[in-house]
Design a protein around this ligand. Sequence first.
Ligand code: SF4
Ligand code: FES
Length: 790
Amino acid sequence: MTDETIEIEIDGKSLSAQPGQMLIEVADANDIRIPRFCYHKKLTVAANCRMCLVEVEKSPKPLPACATPVAPGMVVQTHSAKALDAQKSVMEFLLINHPLDCPICDQGGQCELQDVAMGYGKDVSRYTERKRVVADKDIGPLIATEMTRCIHCTRCVRFGEEVAGLRELGATGRGEFTEIGTYISHSIKSELSGNVIDLCPVGALTAKPSRFTSRPWELEQMPTIAPHDCVGSNMYLHTRRQEVMRAAPRENEALNETWLSDRDRFSYEGIHSKERLLTPRIKRNGKWVDVDWQTALNVAKIGLEKIIASHTAEKVGALISPSATTEEMYLLQKLLRSLDCHNVDHRLRQADFSGQGLAPNFYGTPIRFKELSTLDSILLVGSHLQYEQPIVNLKVRKASLAGGKVMALNPIDYDFNYPLHAKVIAKPFDMLNNLIAIAKVLAQGSSQGLPGTVAAANVEVNDNIRAIAAQLKASNSSALILGAIAFNHPQFNAMYELAELISDMSGSQLVCLPEGANSAGAWLAGAIPHREAVSLDIKKPGLDAKRMMEAKLKAYITFGIEPELDCANPSIVKRALDEADFNVVVTAFSSDSIDAFADVQLPLATFAETSGSYVNAEGGWQTFKGTVKPKGEARPGWKILRVLGNLFDVEGFAYTTSIEVQHELRKQLETLQIKNRQERRFNMDTPHIEGLQRISTWPIYRGDSLVRHAESLQQTTTNDPAAVAMNSKLAAELYLKDGGEAVVKQQYSEVRLPVRIDERVPDGCAYIPGGYSETAALGECFGKIDIERS
Ligand code: SF4
Ligand code: FES
C-alpha cells in the first residue's frame, strides 16, 4: 500500500482509493453493496460468477467490480439500469440450474444466493427444461455436500490452494458439466476444512454435525474465545434455547483473520457428550452416589482437611488444565496457598522443570502473530505446527508463500503445507546436539564466544545444519518457533536456552507456543509451584506436575483434566492417584478411569458455559461470557472454587462475578515487570539411551477432554487410531508388518498396539501417541522402549 490516492466516483459519491485496489474493495470500504458470489477478500480474484457487474463510464459493457482496478476519475454506477439489467441477467442464469427449494436446504436463511436472489431475481422462472443434477460426495464427517446446489464460484477450491495449502477440492468438467469435488474420492483431511462451510455462498457445503438441526433465525450469535490453542481465536457460538448448535469464526485480523480451525469449530460437540458429568457425586462404601452440591463440597472439604491435619498441606497436590480460565487458575492456587500448599501446576505434559526458577513471566511470543507472515526465515524446533497451532501455521505459510524460508528440527519428518528450505530429523535425544551444532556454526567468524559447555560439546555438523545457520544469519527478519515437542522434551530447559542463544546470535525472535489455550494465563495467575500470582518467587517452592505424581501425595485435586490421557507419564499418574487417600476431581466428563480413583466428583462447566478470560501467547487478555447455561448441575469452575474457599474460611473469597476475580489479579499485575528472557545455565548433558527411543505427541483431536468427546472430530481420518508407528527398516528388524500387532514395553508396563509403517519416523525410534486409553498404561513421552512381535 502506498500513500498515493486517487479519486473515483461510485453512485455519485466522491471516494478516495489506492492504486491497484479493485472497485469492489473501495465500494465495500464505503458501505456500497455490490452483489457477489466468487469474490472473497481473503482469496484471489476469480471473476467467474459475474454477479458483481457494474456500469463504468466510457466502458461499452458492464465490468466485474471484483476484477476492475480503480483508475483516476473513474465514474461507476452500481445500481443504474444498465448495471441492474446485467446483474439480474446473471442471477437468472445462475438460477437455471440451482434448485429453487430453499425451505428444504440447510443453508436457507443464511444463503448468499437466496439473499441476492431476493434483490435481483425474478419471481417467475422462464426456464422450463430439466435442471442438472450432480451426485453428492462423501468428504468426511465434518462437511455435508449437496453438489446440485453448487454455483461453481470456486471459493472452496481457492481456499484449499491458497490458504489451507492442500489441493483437496477441485473443478472437473467444463461448462454445464463442471463439478466440484475431491479429485480422488476421499475424506478431506485439512485441519481447517470447516472454513469452506462459511465460504460456500450456497447450500452445497454445510456443517454435517449441525445439519438440519436448526434454522438461522432461531439462533443467537454469542461471541467467545476458542479454548484450544495459544492464539485465542475469536469465534461465535450459535445457540438455541440454551444449547450450542454450532460454531463459526469471528473476524479478528490480528489473530485468526476470518478463519477457524476444525478443532475450535467442531469441539463444541463435546458439550453434548453422553459422558458429561451432570451431578455432584461422592463415593460411599465403594459405590458412587449422586448428591447435592452442598454435600459434595463438604465431603471434599472434610476429606482435604483430614489429610492436611494428619500429613500437612504439603501432602496435597493440584493439577489444572492449561485451557482452564485465568480466573480458575488464580482461585485454585489462591485456595491452595491459603492452606500453605504450593503444589499446583498446569504443565501436565512437561518433563523437565530444571529451569523453571529462571523462566520468563510466561512462555510466549515477543512479536505479534501476524508479524510471523512477514519474516524471511523461520526455524521450527520440535513442532508439528500445522497440527499443534493451525492458525499460527497459516501465518508461517504466508511467510513461505511470500518467499520466506521455513526450516525444521524435528524428531519426525513431518509433512508441512509449505516447502522446507532445510530440515534436520533427529532422534529425540539427538535434538539438543543439533541445536548446539547450529550455535557452533553461527559462532564461526563471530566475535561472540560460546558458553563453555556449548563450546566443549563434541557434535557433528552436516550440510543441513550449515544451511539452517546460514539462512538465519543472512535474514533480516527471522524467528525460532519452539513447539509442543520441545516443551515436553526431557531436555526442554537446555533446548530453550540454546534456542535463545541461537536467536541472539542470529538476530532472530524466539517464539514459544506452549500447549493449551491459557498457558500464559496460568503463569501469570500462579498456577505453577514456584511462583505466586504475578510471578512472585516462593522461597520454598511446591512440587511440579511430574514430582507431584512421583511423590505419591496423600490427596490430589484434578481440575478439568482426564489425568491418564492428559499427563506426560500416565502410568505414574495412575499409580499416584490410585494410591492416594483422597482425590477431588473437578471435571466436565466422567469415565471409568475417574470413577476408579476419585472420591468426590464435581461437575464442571465447559468453556461455553462459564465466563472468564484467556491470555494468549502474545500476552493479550480476552474476556468472554458464558453462552449457555451449564448442563445439568454443572457449575462454572470459578464458582466451585469460590465456594470451596468459603468452606475453608479463606479470606478474600467473597467474589460475586468472575470479573471481580480478574480485576483482583490484574490489579496486582500492574506492578509486574515483564521479563521475557530466561537466564541461562547451559547444562548440556544428554543421557545415553540404549536401544529404541519413544517419540510421543498428542494428536490434534486427542489433546484435551473436550476434543476427545467431540464425536465428529473423532471420526475424521486425521484422527488415526492409536498405533505404534515405525519405519519399514525397523519393522523388518523386529519382524513386524503394517497392520500387525506389537507388544510395547516401557518401564514397568506393556501394551499391545497395531503396527503402522511410517517412513517419516527415524531409525531407532517408534512413535506412540498420548491421549489414547490404549497407550495410557505406558510411561514418559520420550525415553527407552522395547518392542516385540506379539
Ligand atoms: S461448493 Fe460452494 S464454495 Fe465450492 S464452488 Fe460450489 S458454490 Fe462455490
Ligand atoms: S464476484 Fe465478481 S465475478 Fe464473481
